[in-house]
Design a protein around this ligand. Structure first.
Ligand code: SF4
Length: 198
């Protein structure tokens, strides 16, 4: 079961295959991994013990960054993310990032950005679009009525609890939508990264 993988000098933690979205560009639709030979599909959700046991095999200090990102939405397992990040913080100064769809608070009905205070240095939130209609089209969330607003609210709250907040869009949405997303990101004073579809 491929819980940990590396890309360049970053260490990635793959803790779930669950997600509350079904993005049109999601790698899970027709891939098994991310730049990687082994599949990121998990046989089952790994336990905290299994994740820690795998992490202990790596020299955490030797990586530029440790990232919660796999074949699913990491914040579906918010309690595990908190436990693992707390453990990492005790064992290394290497910074931690979470790649998320920004729907954690909606999923758990909790103030997730507050729960991340002091635990992660960076968070990358999938903006995916500049308005609800386009967002729903691209992301296909299970909460179409409230997901877009909830994601924006999540991002605004993260600005108060996480030092580096970034939005991302995937270039498949096209130049005009990227431009509109850029304007929204600027309005919220959050930098936008345009990712290439893999
Ligand atoms: S949020 Fe991420 S894991 Fe979930 S469907 Fe979209 S791209 Fe895939």
């Amino acid at each position: 079961m491929n819980i940990i993988y590396t890309i360049k000098n970053s260490l990635y933690i793959n803790i779930t295959n669950k997600c509350c979205c079904n993005c049109t560009f999601c790698l899970r639709n027709d891939n098994n991994g991310i730049n990687y030979n082994e599949s990121l599909w998990l046989e089952r959700e790994p336990t905290i013990e299994e994740i820690l046991s795998k992490l202990k095999e790596y020299d955490l200090n030797s990586y530029d960054e440790i990232v919660f990102c796999g074949f699913g939405e990491p914040l579906m397992r918010i309690d595990i993310v908190i436990e693992i990040a707390t453990w990492i913080k005790k064992h290394t100064t290497t910074s931690i990032r979470i790649n998320t769809n920004g729907l954690g608070s909606l999923i758990h009905k909790k103030d997730v950005p507050s729960m991340l205070t002091g635990l992660v240095e960076a968070i990358s939130i999938s903006l995916n679009a500049h308005n609800k209609e386009k967002y729903n089209q691209v992301t296909q969330p299970i909460y179409p009525e409230i997901a877009f607003e909830s994601m924006l609210e999540f991002a605004k709250k993260c600005k108060k609890t996480v030092p580096n907040v970034q939005f991302s869009v995937v270039d498949v949405i096209g130049e005009e939508y990227i431009k509109q997303s850029q304007l929204l990101a600027e309005k919220l004073e959050i930098p936008l990264k345009v990712r290439k579809e893999i």
